[in-house]
Write a protein of this length. Structure first.
Length: 150
């Protein structure tokens, strides 16, 4: 599965992926059509695309080796945010992008047949909780800047 197929599998247009990842629309088109070599892509670009597509960076670099299930993919329908589980020394971490920034939530999550569905559902709640907390902070910051007392 190449970059185009990964994008389409997520149900995204090029424009949507460009907005979600912060990667230039024209660059995405060039990578998908082979005008630019994916192997020469900047690490930050590769990382942002992998988070936005809910896949590993290796899946973009080595499209024939896509191995579903090795890294868990997460999607918050409420906020239209893709995330993924990343292997770590003491478990798995949750990665996603919010307002153009990469967010990493450290966990000790360990996957097996029984815990996987529960951990995926928990990850969606963690993403939504993070977004709502940031929106809450922004709301009160704006109110404070306007000179309102609470």
């Amino acid at each position: 599965m190449g970059l185009k197929e990964l994008r389409e599998a997520c149900g995204l247009s090029r424009k949507e992926l460009a907005e979600r990842s912060g990667v230039n629309l024209r660059s995405l088109q060039d990578y998908e059509q082979g005008h630019k070599c994916i192997a020469s892509m900047k690490g930050e670009t590769l990382y942002r695309l992998s988070i936005s597509l809910g896949c590993r960076m290796e899946d973009i670099l080595n499209p024939g080796r896509l191995n579903a299930g090795t890294d868990r993919k997460i999607y918050s329908e409420k906020y239209k945010i893709y995330g993924q589980w990343e292997r770590a020394e003491n478990g798995h971490n949750l990665l996603f992008m919010y307002q153009g920034e990469i967010v990493r939530i450290f966990t000790s999550a360990r996957f097996d047949e029984k815990t996987s569905p529960w951990l995926d559902a928990l990850a969606v709640l963690k993403i939504e909780d993070y977004v709502e907390e940031k929106q809450f902070e922004q709301f009160f910051q704006e109110k404070g800047e306007a000179g309102h007392e609470f």
